[in-house]
Structures are given as structure tokens and as C-alpha cells.
Ligand binder design. Structure first.
Ligand code: ZN
Ligand code: ZN
Length: 246
């Protein structure tokens, strides 16, 4: 009985000492969760913005890196921006290319921070990048819907929607240690590309949401795709796309 009481007493003291440490650890864990989420939301916003820009109309109307940055911040939930140092102003677009004519390359760097930095040490530098090829043929003018269709490479399918995900090639960069956990839009793992002999290191790898290969080189021909715009009457005996065809 005595022993039991003594143990109970020491447990209470230990609990009182541990509580602040436990709370601090809980806050840090929650912060890490929300920081990870903010990184994911940033990736989504970067991919969305690259997709919008690669359709051409916005670039045609005139954009600047600063307006692109505002667009990206505007697409992110306010809660996520709180976990980025300096919020929307903390997004660094250095290295991005929007006026190349062939592709849009958005590179956004920032530092993720916890809600309250109890120890003053947690800051995670992240870089999110999305490279999207411009929709072929835009420079020749606007193609009215219904009259023109889109054909990717030598495909036997034509697309009525220029934004169809089957023809939109969006390249994302990921780091080697992330690749094992990633799945493409069909739920498959990514395998090494035979063309660029890709291998997993610490280097950046390049993937597309539709593809099932990872690439070492962003210039790999496995990542390229040509989309042609033709009159519907010139589509020959191609079938309409199962996703966008009509
Ligand atoms: Zn389609
Ligand atoms: Zn490759």
C-alpha cells in the first residue's frame, strides 16, 4: 500500500513536469502537419497556374512574374499562407520563365514556418516547380471550340477540349527520396525512364501526372509531346477522346 502511494505521488510530479513538454511536442507535430499541407497546397497552386498560363490567353493578355505570384497566392487557402514566412510576399519566383513561347516554367521557393516557433529553429526551405508546354498553335490565334480539335503525337484519338488532361503535359519536379511514395493519376508507381536511364539519387526527378516514368533530365524526349490543332474535318478516322470527346 505504501509503495503504491509513493508511486502514485511520483507519477503526479512526473506528469506535471512532462505536461509542458508534451504540449510543446503536440504543437510542433501539428505545425509540421500544417506545414506539409501548405507545401502541398503550394504545389497544387503552382500546377494550376502553369496549366492556366500554358493555355496562352493570359500570357497574350499580359502577365508579369508579380501578377503570377499574386495568382498563386490567391489560389492557396489563407490558413496555408500562414505557414509560409511573410505569407504571399514570401513566395520567391526566381528562375521562373513565362514568356519563352514554348513552355511555362514556374519555380516558387519559400520557407515553411510553424504557427508558433517555440524553439526558433524550425524553418523548412521548399521549392515547387511546374513546367507546362504551351498549347501548340496558340500563336496563330484563337481556335473556336467545336470547329477545331487537338491531336497529341500520333495518337488515334482527337480531343475537343484543349484543356483535356490527356493532352496537357504538365511536368513536376520531385526529389529522389519522394518518388517511392508518389502515384500517378491512374494510381501506379513511377518507374525509371528507359530513354534517359534515370536512376534514383538525391537529384531532382521529373514526372507527369499521367505518365508512369520518372526522368533524370527535363529535356528527355520521353517528357515531350506535340499537340497539333486541326479542323475537325481533318481529324480523319480518329476516335473522339473518351474524356472530352463529343
Ligand atoms: Zn480529351
Ligand atoms: Zn526520360
Amino acid at each position: 500500500m505504501m509503495a503504491y502511494r509513493r508511486r502514485e505521488g511520483s507519477l503526479t510530479i512526473e506528469a506535471a513536469m512532462l505536461l509542458p513538454a508534451f504540449l510543446a511536442a503536440a504543437i510542433m507535430l501539428l505545425s509540421i502537419f500544417y506545414m506539409t499541407l501548405a507545401g502541398m497546397r503550394l504545389q497544387e497552386a503552382v500546377v494550376n497556374e502553369a496549366a492556366v498560363l500554358s493555355a496562352g490567353q493570359k500570357i497574350h493578355d499580359g502577365v508579369t512574374l508579380s501578377s503570377v505570384k499574386d495568382d498563386i497566392a490567391g489560389m492557396m487557402p489563407k490558413e496555408s499562407l500562414r505557414f509560409i514566412e511573410n505569407g504571399a510576399d514570401g513566395l520567391d519566383m526566381s528562375g521562373s520563365v513565362i514568356d519563352d513561347g514554348e513552355y511555362v516554367d514556374l519555380i516558387v521557393s519559400c520557407e515553411l514556418i510553424p504557427a508558433t516557433d517555440l524553439f526558433g529553429i524550425i524553418k523548412v526551405q521548399v521549392k515547387r516547380r511546374c513546367l507546362a508546354h504551351m498549347m501548340c498553335g496558340y500563336e496563330n490565334g484563337y481556335f473556336p471550340d467545336g470547329e477545331y480539335v487537338y491531336i497529341a503525337d500520333d495518337s488515334e484519338v482527337y480531343h475537343s477540349d484543349r484543356n483535356c488532361s490527356h493532352i496537357r503535359l504538365t511536368v513536376m519536379s520531385v526529389s529522389g527520396h519522394e518518388i517511392g511514395a508518389l502515384r500517378n493519376n491512374s494510381g501506379s508507381r513511377y518507374r525509371p525512364c528507359e530513354l534517359c536511364r534515370s536512376s534514383i539519387g538525391d537529384d531532382e526527378l521529373y514526372i507527369t501526372p499521367e505518365g508512369d516514368r520518372y526522368h533524370n533530365r527535363i529535356s528527355c524526349s520521353g517528357l515531350k509531346r506535340t499537340v497539333r490543332v486541326v479542323r475537325k474535318s481533318e481529324a480523319g478516322d480518329r476516335r473522339p477522346c473518351s474524356r472530352c470527346g463529343r
